[in-house]
Design a protein around this ligand. Structure first.
Ligand SMILES: [Zn+2]
Length: 111
């Protein structure tokens, strides 16, 4: 136990980042159907994922990671306008399927 703790504290920063991310992914589930793990797309990364996208393969919903915070909200609490402008900003990195068919809203529908 003590040996493990020392090893972790000596781990390089990059390695610690990976551990944190994996741990994050393990606890994140779709708020609608509780499906996990979610598909992760990283757009911008420092020690943590700064900007990215989580996609639920069960229901097709997508969730933004903004300023290191995963926004896993039910449909009625989501800000369509803000999230679509965010999606548009990252559209070069977003999978085409999410842009066209992503739920609860996508760039195709907003036209
Ligand atoms: Zn889902």
């Amino acid at each position: 136990m003590i040996v493990t703790l020392i090893r972790e504290s000596l781990a390089p920063q990059s390695l610690r980042g990976i551990v944190l991310k994996r741990r994050l992914m393990d606890i994140l589930a779709c708020p609608i159907d509780k499906h996990y793990p979610l598909d992760l797309h990283v757009f911008e990364e420092k020690e943590e994922i700064v900007e990215g996208l989580l996609v639920c393969s069960e229901c097709g919903r997508w969730y933004p990671i903004m300023d290191e915070i995963p926004q896993l909200l039910p449909d009625d609490l989501r800000e369509q306008r803000d999230e679509l402008s965010w999606l548009s900003k990252w559209k070069e990195n977003v999978p085409p399927r999410v842009l066209k068919e992503g739920k609860p809203f996508n760039l195709q529908l907003s036209g």
